[in-house]
Design a protein around this ligand. Structure first.
Ligand code: URA
Length: 489
């Protein structure tokens, strides 16, 4: 008798494993099964109950199968079953074996396809106006990789709703739950700010000194270009590459770029006359999104601007966005941010009532393998970015500002005395208002000793409660409207 197996588009691996186990438990030979659903034979489904024969397979084979099932080749399930049949008979698949090699290549192709999806999916914001921001993307994978590739997006974009449509399947992540549905034709997605963001990101990571066109084409194959907003920039960037290399050489490794004149207190005279101060908080945010005052914009994904009510009585200033914040474009959404928000809640300071921001608006890191390791910003970078912090202070006009850690304390006061001398003290900021100094939550997370960690956490809670109380009583600091404190330039 011949059998036909039809496997679903979702949960394909579990379905194949279950069918293959049942088939082999009845010792049904590979040539008697049509894994494409029965087009070739009169369709008899596999027995629903298991037979007497038991099989054990290695983790290695299972992980190979877990990849191969997503390959586009219609033969994939049959090839896997042939391999399973051979393994059951004690006939191992050596790397030189044609079947073993073929399966390895298929698994590799699937891995590459998943990697491409992670690199080339481009979300566009949908103006739905719900409590969570909503994004959609269209992608055309080479293989059936949306299901295995989706976990990555769940981890990265857990606090948004999103949808990735492909011709075969659609992944929908809504209110923290991932589901799959049928695919379809390319939807009409709006052009939005995230298009511009990708273009900016790409323009920023584009290193003209390292152009290798062949490598570029193989890393970003042309077939993906049509759905990538940033590829519109490629011709212009290539044309400008030589001049940019020269500009980068002139600028030196850690100096600000030409045109990004120092804007610190110390170098105020050097402020180019042409830079006009934005007139509103939103204009400041828009301008900051394009900031190229120092080299940190080269590698960071995006500017992370402050967040909160525009008239918040408390401003909380951290050091700089971390890995999570850099990807999400929002301050304090990673582990340190979670600790801060927890302690704020304990201290009775509602995070929706505070303006949360950072001394430096771009993530500074060193790549280490696939990870991006945080690096402290230096004084020059903090001073360059003080321009933005000054604008936030001027427009929000908080009654009290909390500096978390040494970088924020330096940004706000230009004083770099060590933290253990200053924590819990109220100092006067460059903008003229009170600055309460406290521990950075990342510092608390790094403390190994549990008692010291508990103690530092309590101190942070104390400082947050003090800031909340000061916000009720501290006088308003008047800064001329539409400008920013001169000392912060
Ligand atoms: N650390 C900071 O200083 N700021 C953030 O936004 C996140 C982590």
């Amino acid at each position: 008798m011949s059998y036909a197996v039809s496997l679903p588009d979702q949960g394909t691996f579990a379905a194949w494993r279950d069918a293959a186990r049942r088939a082999i438990s009845h010792r049904i030979a590979p040539e008697r099964i049509d894994w494409t659903g029965g087009g070739l034979f009169a369709a008899t489904p596999l027995p629903t109950a298991s037979g007497p024969h038991e099989i054990r397979v290695s983790q290695h084979f299972l992980s190979l199968a877990r990849s191969v099932v997503w390959h586009k080749l219609p033969d994939r399930f049959a090839l896997l079953y042939q391999a399973l049949w051979r393994l059951d008979r004690g006939d191992p698949l050596s790397p030189a074996d044609p079947l073993g090699r073929r399966l390895q290549l298929m698994a590799k192709a699937v891995g590459r396809d998943i990697h491409k999806m992670h690199a080339f999916v481009r979300f566009r914001e949908l103006p739905l106006g719900g409590p969570r921001r909503s994004f959609a993307a269209w992608f055309e994978p080479e293989h059936n990789t949306l299901e295995p590739g989706s976990a990555f997006f769940v981890n990265r974009f857990a606090d948004m709703d999103w949808l990735i449509a492909t011709p075969r399947l659609t992944a929908r992540f809504q209110s923290g739950r991932l589901t799959f549905g049928p695919g379809g034709a390319k939807p009409d997605l709006p052009e939005d700010a995230s298009e511009a963001l990708w273009a900016t990101y790409f323009a920023n990571i584009f290193n003209p000194a390292r152009i290798k066109l062949d490598a570029m084409r193989s890393e970003m194959p042309k077939k993906y270009w049509k759905n990538l907003p940033e590829t519109r920039l490629i011709p212009a960037m290539l044309a400008d590459a030589e001049a940019r290399v020269q500009r980068m050489r002139d600028a030196g490794a850690s100096e600000p770029r030409p045109g990004a004149a120092p804007v610190s207190t110390r170098y105020r005279e050097a402020m180019p006359q042409s830079i006009e101060a934005p007139g509103t908080l939103d204009q400041a945010r828009q301008a900051a999104l394009m900031c190229r005052r120092c080299d940190l914009c080269e590698a960071a994904t995006q500017t992370v601007w402050g967040e909160g009510p525009a008239d918040a009585a408390v401003m909380i200033v951290g050091e700089q966005p971390g890995d999570h914040e850099d990807l999400a474009g929002r301050p304090f959404v990673g582990p340190a941010g979670r600790l801060l928000r927890d302690v704020m809640a304990e201290a009775g300071l509602d995070d929706a009532r505070a303006w949360l921001t950072n001394a430096v608006k771009h993530f500074k890191f060193t790549p280490r393998g696939k990870r991006r390791l945080h690096q402290n910003p230096n004084r020059g970078e903090i001073r360059h970015c003080r321009w933005w912090l000054g604008l936030e202070l001027a427009f929000v006009q908080p009654r009290v500002t909390l500096a978390l850690g040494a970088s924020a304390a330096f940004a706000l006061t230009d004083d770099d005395r060590p933290m253990h001398q200053r924590r819990g003290m109220v100092e006067t900021g460059l903008h003229g208002g009170p600055v309460l100094i406290s521990w950075h939550p990342a510092h608390i997370l790094r403390l190994r000793d549990a008692d010291r960690q508990r103690h530092a956490r309590l101190q942070l809670a104390e400082d947050l409660a003090k800031a909340a109380a000061m916000a009720e009583t501290a006088p308003m600091i008047h800064t001329p409207s539409g400008t920013f404190p001169a000392a912060c330039r």
